[in-house]
Each structure stands twice: as structure tokens, then as C-alpha cells.
Design a binder for this molecule. Structure first.
Ligand code: HSE
Length: 415
């Protein structure tokens, strides 16, 4: 019999407990042994819960109970989750987590502690909710050299953009709707400013490329400045605007990770991933491209991944089998995103349209002009040819000096 402790009884924690007891027999069959939840840690009281006798408020009860072999950390946030998880691993207890902030910030360290203590640190639920992506990357695609991963990694922003694209809702109205439906938090910063997607691409990049990619090294832009005009121009161009987290390996071995809103052509499979769904594409030398698609958040989809990790931790039987990667803090292996080649959608204001057209053509050569309904005569929008981003910046800043004002800019992403 393996005893389990669940840290946190919020949405994912309660889903984990519910799913565990709903499918207990099946789960034990898969694990090959009896399992039970001995403790649930939460600072709140749940006197009417069917699991009321399992609640504790002191983490030391769990840390010091040798019967507890597996801990599911589903509290979220960095502190005190990090201290709790580290202490459990140091005691030889395997930990499974849905906490992307924790894995993105401390993954290398916690994987090392797990290895040193002959236990496991699993985090399938930290990226893509119920979509299997961590284990496929680590196991099923292990024979490939992965060259690029790109995806829609945040359900809340994808819902907002979908509402802007399909119902012409403003960003503010779509965000309010996402909040009223419980997708977005009261403070939506982590989602709309791209931090959540950044943590997820850090985890995927670390796993795919073998070195910890820290969030503060990743250029991250959210969707709060995307307008309905941008969405209309994207439609006219033949695509949609999506928040893309991506990481690619360059020929010199460096990694280029980035999170930003991007124009995606309608022919790309990523363009069809709508609402709260996530989609992650992985490119490998043997597999070519593979797409993982599904519910990237929510109580039961995320619980599905947490409980699967519990089963694997139970099956590991005191051996260490979790993936590892090298540290990346002191190594300069992240490429400057300004060196990346990209096309750019640019929206400008000018006072003399004919002169502005002349200047833009002279500066960028072959641009594709875009149109939208009710376009002001002093507004122009175009997509540049592909070139290094620092070169685009330089040309735009020269245009600025000639009285052309850039009012919007979104990279084109092709995968
Ligand atoms: N806030 C996240 C999202 C939850 O919207 O995708 C899942 O990580």
C-alpha cells in the first residue's frame, strides 16, 4: 500500500481527490498496488467534506510520516510550494505537481534533489493540463532530435483572442467575459501578459533541449495591446492572431525561446485551435511535426494528469525515473530575440499617405499592404519581408524620423 498526501484543496486539488476515489480500483490496477490518500493539506476548514478526517494544516505532519510515499503538490505559486516540495523530496517522497511556476523556476534543482534521494519529481500537469506532452517529449519522442516546439499554451488568452476574432469583442470585454466564466483570475496579469505561457515554454524547452531555460531569459509579450484593428488586418492577410510560446534550436546550438502574439496563417493547424483549448506542435528529425491538442486547463483535465503521475510514482517503487536536464543559469545559450528573422505586421499613422507609401516601399521593398473596413486615410498597415528583427526596428525608427508613427506591430509566425 502506498499512502498519498495532497497539498492544496483548490480546484485542481479537489479534482485530484475526486478523480482518485472515482476511479480508485482502475488506478490501483494500473499502479499494481493498493493506494490511498492519507492527508490533504489546506489552511482552510472543510468540516462537511467526505474527506474531512484527512485534512491537516501542518506540512510537518506529512513530511515526518514515513508512510507517505507520494505527495501531490497542487497549491500553485512558488512559496511555500517550493519549500514543501523540496522537504518532501529530501525525505525520499516522490512529488507530482501541476505547478508550472515551480517547475519553471526550480525544475533543475528539484529534479536533482529527487535523483539524490532516489525518488521522483513528475510534472505532467504543469503544461497543457490534461494534454499528454511532458511524457511524450521525454519518452515517446526520445529518439528524435527536437528542433522546435511551438504552441498555444494558455487557454485564457486563447479564449479572449477567439472572442475578438469571431465576435469582434474588444480585448476588455472579452477579458471580462473570461473572468465571469471563471477562466481568468481577478488579477489576469499572469495570463494576459504571457507569464503563464512563458513558464510553460520554459518547461518544454528545458525538457526538449536538455538545459534549464529560466523565465527571466525569455522575451515575453502578452496580448493586452492587441486591438480589433489588428485582428481585422490579420483576417485580411489570411490569418489570425494567437499568443504563441515557442522555442527553437539554432544551428550554433543556442536556443531561441519567445512568447508573443503572432499572425498565424489559416493553413497552420495552430490557427484552428480556439476557445480555451491548447495546441502544442513539436518538430523532430524523425517524426517531422506532431500536434498535441486538448483541454489545457480545468479541474478534471488537470487532475487527470496529476493522478497519472501518482500512478507512475507508485509504479516506480523507490527507483528514480524522472527526466533530468542540466542547469542553465550560468551558461549563455539563449539567443537574443532581436537576431531572429521574422516578417512583421506594422500599422502606422501618417499625415501624407502618398509620401508614406513611397517611404515604406523605399525602406522595406516588397511589402504586402493590408486593408480593413473603415480604415482611416492616414492609416496604413503592411507586412514586411522576412529579415532580422533588429533590422526591422532600425528601418521603422528611420521612418519615424520622417513623421511616420508606428501604432501597432505583431510578428508573423510560421510553423
Ligand atoms: N491560466 C491558465 C490558462 C491555466 O488559462 O491556460 C492553466 O495553466
Amino acid at each position: 500500500m502506498s499512502k498519498i498526501a495532497v497539498l492544496g484543496y483548490g480546484v485542481v486539488g479537489s479534482g485530484t481527490v475526486e478523480l482518485f476515489y472515482k476511479n480508485k480500483e482502475r488506478i490501483e490496477g494500473k499502479a499494481g498496488k493498493k493506494l490511498n490518500i492519507k492527508y490533504i493539506l489546506d489552511i482552510r476548514d472543510f468540516p462537511f467534506s467526505p474527506y474531512a478526517d484527512k485534512f491537516v494544516k501542518d506540512i510537518n505532519v506529512i513530511i515526518n510520516d514515513d508512510e507517505v510515499e507520494i505527495v501531490a503538490e497542487v497549491m500553485g505559486g512558488l512559496h511555500p510550494a517550493y519549500e514543501f516540495v523540496r522537504s518532501c523530496l529530501e525525505k525520499g517522497k516522490s512529488v507530482v505537481t501541476s505547478n508550472k511556476e515551480l517547475v519553471a523556476a526550480k525544475g533543475y534543482e528539484l529534479l536533482t534533489v529527487a535523483k539524490e534521494n532516489n525518488c521522483n519529481f513528475y510534472f505532467e500537469a504543469s503544461v497543457g493540463g490534461g494534454i499528454p506532452i511532458i511524457r511524450p517529449l521525454h519518452q515517446c519522442l526520445a529518439a528524435n532530435e527536437i528542433s522546435e516546439i511551438a504552441g498555444i499554451l494558455n487557454g485564457t488568452t486563447n479564449f479572449i483572442l477567439t472572442k475578438m476574432i469571431e465576435d469582434q469583442m474588444s480585448f476588455e470585454d472579452a477579458l471580462a467575459m473570461a473572468q465571469s466564466l471563471g477562466y481568468a483570475e481577478k488579477d489576469p496579469t499572469a495570463d494576459v501578459e504571457g507569464h503563464d505561457a512563458c513558464r510553460k515554454i520554459c518547461i518544454l524547452a528545458s525538457l526538449a533541449f536538455g538545459r534549464h531555460v529560466y523565465p527571466d531569459k525569455v522575451h515575453t509579450e502578452g496580448i493586452s495591446s492587441v486591438t480589433l484593428e489588428d485582428v481585422e488586418y490579420a483576417e485580411n492577410w489570411g490569418g489570425v492572431v494567437k499568443l504563441i510560446g515557442s522555442a527553437k534550436k539554432l544551428s550554433d546550438g543556442k536556443i531561441l525561446p519567445m512568447v508573443r502574439p503572432a499572425f498565424i496563417e489559416k493553413s497552420s493547424q495552430l490557427s484552428a485551435i480556439d476557445d480555451v483549448f491548447n495546441g502544442i506542435m513539436v518538430k523532430g528529425d524523425a517524426i517531422d511535426k506532431v500536434l498535441f491538442y486538448g483541454r489545457g486547463a480545468g479541474k478534471m483535465p488537470t487532475a487527470s494528469a496529476v493522478v497519472a503521475d501518482i500512478i507512475d510514482a507508485a509504479k516506480a517503487n523507490g527507483t528514480s525515473s524522472s527526466q533530468t536536464w542540466e542547469d542553465g543559469r550560468d551558461v549563455d545559450f539563449i539567443e537574443d530575440f532581436k537576431q531572429d528573422e521574422t516578417s512583421m505586421y506594422v500599422r502606422i499613422n501618417c499625415t501624407n499617405r502618398d509620401k508614406a507609401l513611397e517611404e515604406i516601399n523605399e525602406s522595406f521593398g516588397d511589402v504586402k499592404y493590408l486593408a480593413r473596413k473603415n480604415q482611416d486615410k492616414n492609416e496604413l498597415a503592411f507586412v514586411t519581408p522576412s529579415m532580422k528583427e533588429c533590422e526591422i526596428d532600425k528601418r521603422l525608427s528611420d521612418l519615424c524620423e520622417k513623421g511616420i508613427k508606428v501604432i501597432g506591430k505583431i510578428r508573423v509566425f510560421d510553423f
